[in-house]
Design a protein around this ligand. Structure first.
Ligand SMILES: [Zn+2]
Length: 169
């Protein structure tokens, strides 16, 4: 079971599950199989950079539990998860593929944003500000129902729900 049933149900209740229909491989008649596609998280620009959505309870997230979360809360959780991915050097821009980092005095060309897309593809991703204008063209080339997402990397999110890195003034 790649994604926990309660997380799948939660996404369903939020209207974030997409469905595709394929012909059944096991019969010759017109049987079709409906396949559910959950939201994904992109750690980079390639099709194989997509991972399955992480579960806040499984990571002992210091914020709310899943069953208390609104979509806004889950977005916040994903942002914390992305911050951890950046600290580990795992996160790259969804457009250009450069590794993202966080520094107190970051040049404008390296600043990034987390975005949430809710179309046929439902996904969270990170992108440089300067790359945003290219992203929609990039995303139209993705066939969301043909992606084979990996399991999400596990990050430590139990210690703090806020930025751990001290800010230099
Ligand atoms: Zn970029």
């Amino acid at each position: 079971m790649p994604v926990e049933p309660d997380l799948e149900a939660w996404f369903g209740a939020e209207g974030l599950v997409r469905y595709s229909v394929t012909a059944s491989a096991e019969s010759d008649d017109d049987d079709v199989v409906e396949v559910a596609h959950l939201p994904l998280v992109a750690l980079g620009p390639r099709d194989d950079d997509f991972v399955l959505p992480p579960h806040p309870d499984a990571l002992r997230y210091a914020g709310k539990r899943l069953h208390d979360m609104t979509l806004k809360d889950y977005n916040e959780f994903i942002f914390r998860w992305f911050e951890a991915a950046i600290r580990m050097g795992d996160a790259r821009c969804a457009n250009c593929g450069r590794v993202l980092y966080e520094a107190p005095e970051m040049p404008p060309t390296d600043t990034w944003d987390a975005i949430f897309i809710e179309k046929d593809l439902v996904a969270w991703m990170l992108v440089h500000f300067d790359c945003k204008r290219w992203l929609s063209k990039k995303l139209t080339g993705i066939q969301p129902f043909e992606l084979h997402p990996r399991e999400a990397p596990v990050y430590e999110l139990s210690s703090s729900a806020s930025r751990e890195k001290p800010r230099h003034s």
